[in-house]
Design a protein around this ligand. Structure first.
Ligand code: NOJ
Length: 740
């Protein structure tokens, strides 16, 4: 224990022993510490510095107690700066060191959207754990993840970082990621504080344009965007980050309704809230703060505890407190929240990196877990029988993503190294040595428009039995600040695919991308399509295992794949509308000339692209087939406090062992407000040997059907419900029940 605090803490403990109190040792510690802090030291705790100044300048600030946290600090000086905080500042309060460890530190897992395709909380938890073990070994005890923004727009670059379009899936997997990062106890030196971000609504940026405003009404906020955050808080997420967007005019970093009413009063969150990078400063650009002083006042009063890099708290809170514009109790509360997490992390006792410990970076077990994650994250979208390949076949390896070690890591891989990435080409050369192949990328990178090598490509294909074309997006084309208005395959990749197809050999298209691209126009040129959201360090071997049938694809889509960008937003859990789209409509080329104006018979669809997506949420094929039969419910009538059990028999009717993600959906037929046509309420990965069948049971507490209705109170509304056990959001066995 830090010597500077030892005496007061013991005194507090002794005092507490004589008084009946519910105060914990943690509370006492924090109270004691707080009672010794000057206003400037308190404000220092609320200040997060980006390490972009000379070391001596930073150390001087730390010594004066002006910094509570840092991000982007080089690993080799973390101990030194921490020692300054511990030994040279007046109170010896440790720094909390944060970093964007989003889907791995050195061992990079698939991007979060890819991990979501596994529908496997264990895979996601393992990803968080591996990242935490590696990052904490280098001194990072706080990660800015998971990102829990429900994302329904593929143009938005940050869909890559999301867990998809569904609130339930994002909540389940987000909770798993929190468990992975934080481990069994924050106090463990391999645990990192998680950060549920971006609170809230950022995924609904208008037009999919990053940083744009959102227009989310309160009911949708409650029913769609908040649930993953609530689940993360219930799971113990230590911190929350506010989002960049203004929702209906109010930027999150000064939204006291979100930060006080929802987070603190309703959810009893007792960790701390950090702003996003300059999201406080940007309130001036939003036009809700006149100047930097106004920024500090608005955020401090709204309940924002720590400021990331815009330093208005440092500059203006002293005078704002003196003027009475920010009450001292707001400052004390913010500092308590921050100290609480530092205390729980055990930073007061163990602030330093143990440099004597063997390095866990790229541990064999980590690489294996990353490989499993990449395997389970790939989705087979089409297969006319060309897959799996045989190792006796000669394969043409084509396309810019076949050997793109940087790009397959995906967005937010600050610390991942291309020298450790195993690309498909490299995996072929090392793990599938028996396979004969011809490698000709054709294009050097995804945006490349130079087709000079297409003749060489065709030659390579002619000499082969089958072509595998690796296309997609460079890592930099998705992620923060990288939105697109056109999400077709970029550059000349579609032409490359067509050139390959023209040779007449079977063609497999493998896509590595940060978003669901619009690939409808490419499908005719591919006999099979395997979609792998940027798959990380071990993507190469994982993809080859799937292509050659050593593994059977099991991923399912965590987002809807649209046919055309103009269909966006399109998501499976939409409302029915007053004129729900039918599966028939007059195609645009059959509309007669000089047709009279009419709407009769028409419904909510597009003349040119109909009503359906290219692939629905939850969709994904396997090398085997699964049959669903015999759906039965425990009850057809349930009370609001009851439980419904739904069971179906799933049979593997193929000749290959496989894993099916079995999904549970419901629909509330009549509510006080329009309800989604389907809502995911459960999923299970079920492994079935060839020919095997299993009864798969879901237990659905009726309370899980509660929603915020017309009166904005969360409750289950009585009435009739449909229920499906299904292979995806567009199919499945259907039954019904009634809630009394
Ligand atoms: C901005 C991003 O929006 C956020 O997600 C990230 O954690 C911070 N920058 C820190 O790098």
């Amino acid at each position: 224990m830090n010597k500077k605090l030892f005496i007061p803490l013991v005194a507090a403990t002794a005092l507490a022993a004589c008084q009946p109190t519910t105060e914990t040792a943690e509370d006492r510690f924090i109270d004691q510490l707080l009672s010794q802090m000057t206003l400037e030291e308190k404000i220092g705790q609320m200040n997060q510095l980006n390490f972009d100044q000379p070391l001596d300048t930073v150390k001087a600030q730390v010594r004066r107690g002006e910094i509570g946290s840092m991000l982007n600090i080089p690993v080799d000086i973390i101990n030194e700066v921490q020692r300054t905080a511990m030994e040279e500042s007046r109170l010896g309060i440790p720094l909390i060191i944060g970093r964007d460890v989003i889907h791995g530190y050195k061992t990079v897992f698939p991007i979060p959207l890819g991990q979501a395709a596994s529908f496997n909380p264990q895979v996601v938890e393992d990803g968080g754990r591996v990242a935490a073990i590696e990052a904490t070994s280098q001194g990072m005890r706080w990660t800015f993840a998971p990102m829990l923004d429900v994302s329904r727009d593929a143009r938005w670059g940050r869909i890559a970082e999301s867990l998809g379009e569904d609130p339930y899936l994002a909540a389940e997997l987000g909770a798993a990621m929190v468990r992975g990062f934080q481990g069994d106890s924050l106090n463990d030196p391999t645990s990192m504080a998680a950060c549920a971000k971006h609170f809230v609504g950022y995924g609904a940026s208008e037009g999919g344009r990053d940083y744009n405003s959102t227009q989310i009404p309160l009911r949708s906020l409650r029913n769609v965007y908040l649930p993953p955050f609530q689940r993360a808080i219930e799971t113990g997420a230590a911190t929350v980050m506010t989002s960049f967007n203004d929702n209906d005019g109010v930027p999150s970093s000064c939204n006291d309704f979100l930060l006080r009413t929802v987070l603190r009063d309703e959810w009893r969150f007792d960790g701390f809230v950090v702003s996003d990078w300059n999201s406080m400063g940007e309130m001036m650009a939003h036009g809700v703060a006149a100047d930097r002083k106004d920024v500090a006042r608005l955020s401090a009063n709204a309940g924002l505890d720590m400021e990331m890099v815009s330093y208005t708290y440092m500059d203006y809170l002293p005078e704002l407190v003196a003027e009475g514009a920010v009450p001292m109790e707001h400052i004390d509360q913010a500092v308590r929240n921050i100290l609480r997490i530092k205390y729980r992390l055990g930073l007061f006792d163990n602030p330093y990196i143990d440099t004597d410990k063997p390095s866990p970076l790229y541990a064999e077990e980590h690489l294996q877990k990353a490989r499993t994650a990449a395997t389970q994250s790939a989705i087979l979208l089409k297969n006319d029988g060309v897959l799996p390949l045989k190792t006796s076949q000669t394969v043409a390896i084509i396309g810019p993503m076949a050997d793109a070690p940087h790009d397959q890591l995906g967005t937010w891989s600050f610390d991942g190294e291309q020298s450790h990435t195993v690309t498909p080409l490299k995996a072929l050369q090392t793990e599938y040595k028996q396979v004969k192949y011809h490698y000709e990328p054709g294009l050097r990178y995804s945006r490349d428009t130079n087709t000079d090598r297409f003749q060489a490509v065709k030659r390579a294909v002619r000499q082969s039995d089958v072509a595998v074309v690796f296309v997609g997006e460079e890592a930099i084309l998705s992620g923060e600040a990288h939105s697109l208005s056109n999400i077709n395959l970029i550059g000349k990749q579609s032409d490359l695919l067509q050139a390959v197809k023209s040779v007449g050999k079977p063609v497999v298209m493998v896509v590595m991308a940060g978003r669901p691209l619009t690939i409808e126009r490419d499908l005719p040129y591919a006999d099979a399509v395997l979609y792998s959201f940027h798959p990380g360090t071990m993507g190469g071997p994982a993809i080859l295992d799937l292509l050659f049938g050593r593994e059977n694809p099991s991923g399912k889509l965590p987002v809807t794949f649209v046919r055309e960008v103009g269909q966006i937003p399109m998501y499976y859990n939409h409302h029915n509308t007053g004129r729900p789209a039918q599966d028939w409509f007059t195609p645009i080329d059959q509309i007669p000339l000089n047709a009279q104006q009419t709407s009769l018979g028409n419904t909510s669809f597009y003349l040119d692209s109909g009503r359906d997506p290219l692939f629905p949420f939850g969709y994904g094929l396997s090398y085997t087939r699964f049959e669903y039969a015999n759906l039965r419910l425990s009850d057809t009538v349930a009370s609001p406090t009851g439980v419904i059990t739904a069971t179906a028999t799933i049979k593997n009717v193929g000749t290959t062992d496989g894993t099916e993600v079995v999904q549970l959906y419901v629909r509330d037929l009549v509510g006080s407000i329009a309800r989604p046509v389907r809502e995911l309420k459960g999923f299970q990965r079920v492994h079935l040997k060839a020919g095997e069948s299993k009864a798969v049971t879901f237990t659905l507490p009726v309370q899980d059907l509660a929603f915020y209705g017309k009166d904005l109170v969360k409750k289950v509304e009585p009435g009739k419900f449909h229920l499906w056990i299904a292979p995806n959001s567009a199919e499945g066995l259907q039954s019904e029940f009634r809630v009394k």
